[in-house]
Design a protein around this ligand. Sequence first.
Ligand code: HEC
Length: 139
Amino acid sequence: MTNAQKWVSAFLVLFILLLVLSKITNRQDNETETASTEDVQQDMAQSAEIDVQNLLGSNRCFTCHGEDLNGTGMGPSLVNVSENWKKASLVSYFQNPKAFLNNPRMLVLKNKYNREMPAQGSMTVEELDAVAEYLLTRK
Ligand code: HEC
């Protein structure tokens, strides 16, 4: 190998090393970036957390089902909801209670209280979901 050839190969090696190094640091930058976007998304999810008690109050659930949800003369107790409901059907019940009057138990309840559970049109699906989750898990 001549001297000139040695210099050329030395530069070549240096160039490849720098290229590899820059690729590695670049990838690390990207990783830190994704991590921070996830943090932001998590923060947003937390600040948008749904206040179920507030929803139960503002949608008058307490008025008919009682402050402690143990029932009143206007609506049945909601203590053992999980014995009769799964989440998906409970959410569709909230959206359209009338559609469930072919269920004999619901018909009996409706006649007993002489009024119908009102359809919940002002809550988002996420809010209905949170209310259903709450009713199904509370003891
Ligand atoms: C105007 C009174 C009234 C209001 C307000 C009301 N309900 Fe009802 N709810 C009833 C009645 C009456 C029934 C009995 C069944 C029917 O009519 O469909 C019932 C039934 C239910 C059931 C089924 C109970 C069972 O034994 O399966 C659930 C769950 C329920 N209501 C939750 C809610 C929630 C949550 C809210 C508030 C978002 C609410 N209700 C608001 C009157 C009411």
